[in-house]
Design a protein around this ligand. Structure first.
Ligand code: NAD
Length: 311
């Protein structure tokens, strides 16, 4: 038996519901917090319908509330909104950040610690990365197929009991988690992957495989990877560029029909996370006086698409 934790998930869409559902199944006391009334209502009425490689089931032992309705500060708050909604979500959930609450972001992109640090003392922030995939096909349902892993550490780099307890909780839920002092390497490597493939697919509306229809697609993707790798190294993060290139080549060859989340957002008329990905790389490059022309051009193009969606 493992120790159980009181956990709240702020932003219970695809990833938040997956993590929340698996943690509740493992016996933790889970509250899902979201503003999507249809999703909350479906969970309250029918439970959370979870589909993974372990099968289909319904998780009923969890609460589903709006952030402002939750009053009890949990031991762990996991933030899983899209990056541009973090601040608004945390504002509504202030009552949940008690003196013993740790807050974890496994969101994509850069700048997540800084966004949390506006509301949470830095020594209680954890940051990481997860490669588990998740989709929310309809209200009250979440599906995740394939495998993944989760890596995290404290934002200030200190070894803390809260990190060990969080890792144990995520492992009890089968989320293959470890504490990793080099987590920034993995975070930047994922940023490079997303800066290249998400933004290119969002602009061209190509699937990942269709980017290889002309040599320009892979060429542009690999230029962006090289730019992000150079910025990461210039900011002191020892990324492995060979590994990053191999990851992108693997996706181009094997994930041919995949529509990255940024393309799905564009097709659904939603804003993308471009600012936390290409935008944050351009900002980091500027701070070390580097030019990242391909990353910046893709940022500008996706901004144009975003503006036309939210007009
Ligand atoms: P999602 O859009 O499915 O879920 C986000 C949820 O946040 C939605 O349910 C939305 O209603 C909620 N939300 C928005 N504003 C809110 C507010 N003010 N208060 C409370 N809730 C609010 O997104 P997702 O796919 O679950 O992604 C979440 C994060 O995880 C993103 O940063 C994404 O890049 C990252 N990520 C996603 C995947 C994936 O496969 N989906 C994998 C790894 C990382």
């Amino acid at each position: 038996m493992h120790e159980t934790m009181e956990i709240a998930i702020l932003g219970a869409g695809a990833m938040g519901s997956l993590f929340g559902g698996l943690l509740a199944e493992a016996g933790h006391d889970v509250t899902l917090l979201d503003i999507d009334e249809a999703h909350l209502e479906a969970i309250r009425r029918d439970g959370l319908r979870l589909s993974t490689d372990r099968g289909e089931r319904v998780v009923v032992k969890l609460r589903a509330l709006r952030p402002e309705a939750a009053q009890r500060a949990p031991e762990l708050l996991i933030v899983f909104t899209k990056t541009m909604h973090t601040e608004a979500a945390l504002d509504a959930a202030r009552a949940l950040i008690g003196p013993h609450t740790s807050v974890l972001s496994l969101q994509n992109g850069l700048g997540n610690v800084e966004r949390l640090a506006r509301s949470v003392p830095r020594e209680r922030i954890m940051v990481g990365v997860t490669t588990w995939p998740a989709d929310k096909p309809s209200a009250g349902r979440v599906s995740s197929h394939g495998s993944g892993m989760t890596r995290l550490m404290s934002a200030d780099g200190e070894t803390r009991v809260s990190v060990a307890r969080t890792v144990a909780a995520l492992n009890s839920a089968g989320l293959a988690c470890s504490a990793d002092p080099d987590v920034w390497i993995t975070i930047w490597e994922k940023v490079a992957f997303n800066a290249a493939l998400n933004s290119l697919c969002a602009i061209t509306q190509c699937t990942v495989g269709e980017l290889s229809n002309v040599p320009d697609g892979p060429e542009l993707a690999l230029k962006i990877v090289a730019e992000v790798a150079a910025v990461a190294r210039a900011t002191g993060v020892a990324v492995d560029e060979t590994h990053m290139v191999a990851n992108v080549r693997h996706a181009l060859a094997n994930h041919r029909s995949h529509r990255p989340s940024m393309l799905q957002d564009v097709l659904a008329g939603r804003r993308t996370e471009i600012e936390a990905i290409n935008g944050a790389v351009v900002e980091a490059a500027r701070a070390v006086s580097m030019a990242v022309p391909c990353t910046q051009t893709l940022l500008q193009l996706v901004r144009l698409v975003d503006a036309s969606l939210t007009r």
